[in-house]
Design a protein around this ligand. Structure first.
Ligand code: DGY
Length: 352
C-alpha cells in the first residue's frame, strides 16, 4: 500500500513538474523578426512559447526603417529572436533585448549578417538552416548555369523587344555536356549541384576548399587547388560562405586565371566577387558570362553597370525561394529555438 502511494505520488509530482516546466516555457517570449515567417514554423513556436511578431517585412527599406523600429520596441525581455533577413543584427538591438536573450535562430544558411562575435561575447546561442535548402539552391545554380551559358539575358531581350536575330549561327551558347565544372566550396550545396548535374554528361568535376571531402569520391569530383580549378574549369560555381577569407576572392587576379570561355556562377554572397573586376572581365570578354543570384548591393540598382551587359544573367537572390524549402527553413529555425530553450543541443548550431 505504502509502495502504491509512493508510485502515485511520484507520478503526480513528475506531471506537476512537466506542467510547471511547460508553463514556464509558455511564458518565454520569442520574437519573430518579419511578418512573412512561414506558418509551419510559427505553429511550432506557438505550441511552446509566447510569440511576438513584427507587422512589417524585415527586408529592403521597410526592414531598415519601420520594421527595425518595431523590433526595438518588441525585443526587450525576449528570450529568443528568429531572424529573417540579411539585414544585420545590430548591437543596439541586442542591447535592447537585455540579458534575457539566450538564442538567435537565423532563417538562412549564411550567417555573415548575424554579428557572430558579439553574440558569442554575450553568450547567446546561434543556429542557422543549412541542408534543408541545398536542393533548392542547387536547382537554381543549375538554372543559372544554363541561363548564362545559353545567353538568356540577350535572348529574353530579343523576345521582349520583338527583334529576333534569325539565323543558324546567331546567339550561340555553350553546353554543360563535356565541360569541366569547378565547384568552390564542396559543402551541401556544392555537392547537391554535382548530384543534379550527373545526367548532363559533365566531363570532369573539380572542387576546392580547406580539405578533401569524403563524399567527393562517389560524386566523381577531384580535389584541386584554387588556381588549378580556375585554370581548368568551364563553369566555376561559388558556393562558399562569406567570411574574411572568402570576401572578394573573385577579383582581377583570380578572374585573370580563368579560361576565356569560363562561366562564373555565384549562389553564395555578392561580396565574394569584386563586381568592378567582374564587369571589366565580362565587358572585355576575358570570360564568357556570369550567372548571379547574389549581388552587392541587393537590390542591385536598375542602372547598375552590370545590368548593361548582355553576358550576365542576374536573379534577385531567390536560391532558397520555393514553397517547400522556405517552409522547411521555418520549421528548422523553430525547432532550434525549442531545443535551445529547453536546454537541449541545437540541431544546426553555429554557436552551440
Ligand atoms: C541563405 O540561406 O543563406 C540564402 O542565401 C537564402 O537566404
Amino acid at each position: 500500500m505504502i509502495r502504491r502511494n509512493h508510485v502515485i505520488f511520484t507520478l503526480i509530482a513528475s506531471a506537476a513538474l512537466v506542467c510547471s516546466e511547460n508553463s514556464t516555457m509558455a511564458n518565454l517570449k520569442v520574437l519573430v523578426s518579419s511578418k512573412d515567417f512561414p506558418e509551419s514554423g510559427l505553429k511550432i513556436l506557438r505550441e511552446h512559447f509566447t510569440v511576438l511578431q513584427t507587422q512589417h517585412l524585415n527586408f529592403g527599406e521597410e526592414g531598415k526603417t519601420q520594421n527595425y523600429e518595431e523590433l526595438l520596441k518588441l525585443i526587450p525581455g525576449c528570450t529568443a529572436l528568429v531572424w529573417l533577413s540579411h539585414h544585420p543584427i545590430t548591437n543596439e538591438l541586442l542591447d535592447k533585448a537585455g540579458p534575457n536573450l539566450k538564442m538567435v535562430a537565423t532563417v538562412s544558411a549564411g550567417y555573415n549578417h548575424c554579428n557572430v562575435d558579439e553574440l558569442k561575447a554575450r553568450g547567446i546561442k546561434l543556429s542557422n538552416t543549412p541542408d534543408v535548402l541545398s536542393a533548392a539552391v542547387a536547382e537554381l545554380a543549375v538554372s543559372l548555369m544554363l541561363g548564362a551559358a545559353r545567353r538568356f539575358t540577350e535572348n529574353l531581350e530579343q523576345v521582349r523587344s520583338g527583334k529576333w536575330e534569325i539565323g543558324f549561327d546567331v546567339v550561340l551558347g555553350q553546353e554543360i555536356r563535356g565541360s569541366t565544372v569547378g565547384i568552390i566550396g564542396f559543402g551541401g550545396i556544392g555537392q547537391a549541384v554535382a548530384k543534379r548535374l550527373s545526367g548532363f554528361d559533365v566531363n570532369k568535376f573539380l572542387y576546392t576548399g580547406h580539405r578533401e571531402k569524403p563524399e567527393a569520391k562517389a560524386l566523381g569530383a577531384e580535389f584541386v587547388s584554387l588556381d588549378n580549378l580556375l585554370a581548368q574549369s568551364d563553369f566555376i560555381l561559388l558556393a562558399v560562405p562569406l567570411t574574411n577569407e572568402t570576401k572578394l576572392m573573385i577579383n582581377q587576379t583570380t578572374l585573370g586565371k580563368m579560361k576565356q570561355n569560363a562561366i562564373l556562377i555565384n549562389v553564395g554572397r555578392g561580396d565574394l566577387v569584386d563586381q568592378d573586376a567582374l564587369y571589366e572581365a565580362l565587358k572585355n570578354k576575358k570570360i564568357y558570362a556570369a550567372g548571379l543570384d547574389v549581388t552587392t548591393p541587393e537590390p542591385l540598382p536598375k542602372d547598375h553597370k552590370l545590368l548593361s551587359l548582355p553576358n550576365v544573367f542576374i536573379l534577385p537572390h531567390i536560391g532558397s525561394a520555393t514553397v517547400r524549402t522556405r517552409s522547411d527553413m521555418g520549421v528548422l529555425a523553430a525547432r532550434n529555438v525549442v531545443q535551445a530553450l529547453s536546454g537541449k543541443p541545437l540541431i544546426t548550431p553555429v554557436l552551440p
